[in-house]
Design a protein around this ligand. Sequence first.
Ligand code: ADP
Ligand code: ZN
Length: 729
Amino acid sequence: MTARVAEILIPLALDQTYSYAVPDDLRLEEGDLVAVPLGPRERYGVVWSVRPGAGDNFKKVAGKFDVPPMPAALRRLVDWLAWYTLAPKGSALGLALKVPVETPETIRVGVRLAGPPPKRITPARARVLEAAAGGLVHVKRHLAEAAGVGVGVIDGLVDEGTLKTVALKAEPVAERPDPDFVRPDLSDRQRAAAEVLAAAVATATSQDPVTTGSRHPVIVVDGVTGSGKTEVYFEAIAAALKLGRQALILAPEIALTSAFLDRFAGRFGTRPAAWHSGVSGRRRERVLAGVASGEVSVVAGARSALFLPFKDLGLIVVDEEHEGAYKQEDGVCYHTRDMAIVRGRFENAPVVLASATPSIETRVNVQRGRFSRVALPERFGGRTLPDIKAVDLRRDPPERGTWLSPRLVEEVRRTTDAGEQALLFLNRRGYAPLTLCRACGHRFNCPNCSAWLVEHRFRRALVCHHCGHAERVPETCPACGGAETVVPCGPGVERIAEEVARLFPEKRRIVLSSDFPGGTERLRKELAAIAEGEADIVVGTQLVAKGHNFPNMTLVGVLDADIGLTSGDPRAAERTFQLLQQVTGRAGRGSKPGRALVQTYQPDHPVLAALVSGEAERFYREETAAREAAGMPPFGRLAALIVSGADRTEAEAFGRNLARVAEPPAGVMVLGPAEAPLALIRGRYRFRLLVKAMRETNLQEYLRQWLIRAGKPRGSVRVAVDVDPMSFL
Ligand code: ADP
Ligand code: ZN
């Protein structure tokens, strides 16, 4: 046999593959998972390529794992991701390999109490007998865990005949969804849209874009809230299932509720495999294996599901494609939607982008003819969109020290008295965003970050939202010693909840905020409770805005529509508009019509004017024109370099050095370094540089050359690259 050398990519922050000699008796192919020595340790990695060659100078591949090789399309995605984001290739691989490797569980062995008690009883054995009492079949490992003993103790009892083994069939990780389980009665428009999607799924299987040169289909489902977008993309999933291919639904983490999974089950007879932070280790591994073998045919997952090793992916749906949470901001900075499109191309799988408020990037891609679009301009079943009115806080102010205007209070009362639900929305966690001393003006800042501490009354603490630093609310001012002079300023959801409790003590209330203990699991339960009518008034942050269906909710009150408008972010207006449209869209999704009241100090602002008048198209047209005039994305390209370090001077000096060696070619502009708006996070000082380039620029190539010229930063200084940044803090 000819000697071979393998190039192995290791999931560490390394930008290259390493060469290893392949032992003669080891068959290796691309994508195989292997163990290799690296420094003093053994690491695992993926075979990126194999070539003939004498590997005398190289260390040897130590062994190969008995798992399916990483599919070619996924390896291609890793390469592409690293190229596009400038992240080290190994870090990109880390996203696709983050599941701990364990020997796969092949046959599970069950045991049950069957024979005579053992001759010798130890405390461990006694615990096993107790745990196994009743004669039920237990998975061996579970019984050992329940009794707090090693598996050896169980084996000993099997040898003595006290326990009998039973072979267990592995339970299927997911039932096969049935595309014809309950076929919905679609409206004409819905059917027309569904047919476009299904046709794209069918065509994709018969045409390889690489050989036929056909275009990879990306289809935008642009439909108002409640128009039946979900219903429509389910038909595309049915089409993929009929062709025996797999489908992936990407959704914001918090939208993956049991209501959503049950809705899928209502259509397909069984739930999809879920993939989000609440899915535990063992279950994750089984989903992973099922996705690779093809046993799992539909996954509904948060953004990391994009990197699952599908055997034959035939469709990707990105639900709520405009959602900001799709952008990963630390480590490898990627946008899930954009990478989903890349993966779809590599898999020859159409990509469906669903949203009631498609992003400007997506709209422009439709205009340029790169994406196609199907529209659902009406709510299903003749339901009307909510009637949205602005409450001008200058004319209709709340009482001093309160936040609900009299008009809003009255509407909440009317709604809840009628047995319907009201949602009060404020996009601010905690009790108060700022705490200060009335006597001396001292403000409570985070010691590690340049940020105010936010009072969280439930936790009785002042908390930093950037680093998690928490301290007790002091009784006296640490600066002037004043007693009872420390006061909260401004509202967070907790403070609104307090006001609501005072105003409506007899109503059932729920407060939802992502920072409450219990995490997303608890939130999912509470969202289900709201949908079932177990609350009259809901107070919540933006997580209630996302795609939930509350049939009895007829009033939405937005407490402060102006919050997002003042930031320096180029997408501030777009984001605020989307968020307000989404949250007001929670009203009137059931049989009764909905209303929304939006409190603002600037009712004439284009965002609010468009929201109230319903002229979304006009808003987007003007916003798009403004972006084009300014050369902002998607008409120009942006990249941010964030230099940070424990030492302010060092960080700033490296930022300056970067600017000095920037040498931007024509069409590229480098701005900065400027101290970041969040100048200090977790004790690291931060400076930002912004690259603004014309759309045709090979931005990646420029950035790469530039970073090489700048050399490696020294000491604690780090440079993070964010291509297509969404955050400018
Ligand atoms: P969207 O995703 O656009 O917000 P949904 O797909 O959630 O809208 O649909 C809104 C509501 O209308 C849901 O309760 C859904 O079950 C219902 N619905 C939509 N289309 C149909 C249909 N063709 N038949 C029955 N119910 C439908
Ligand atoms: Zn902090």
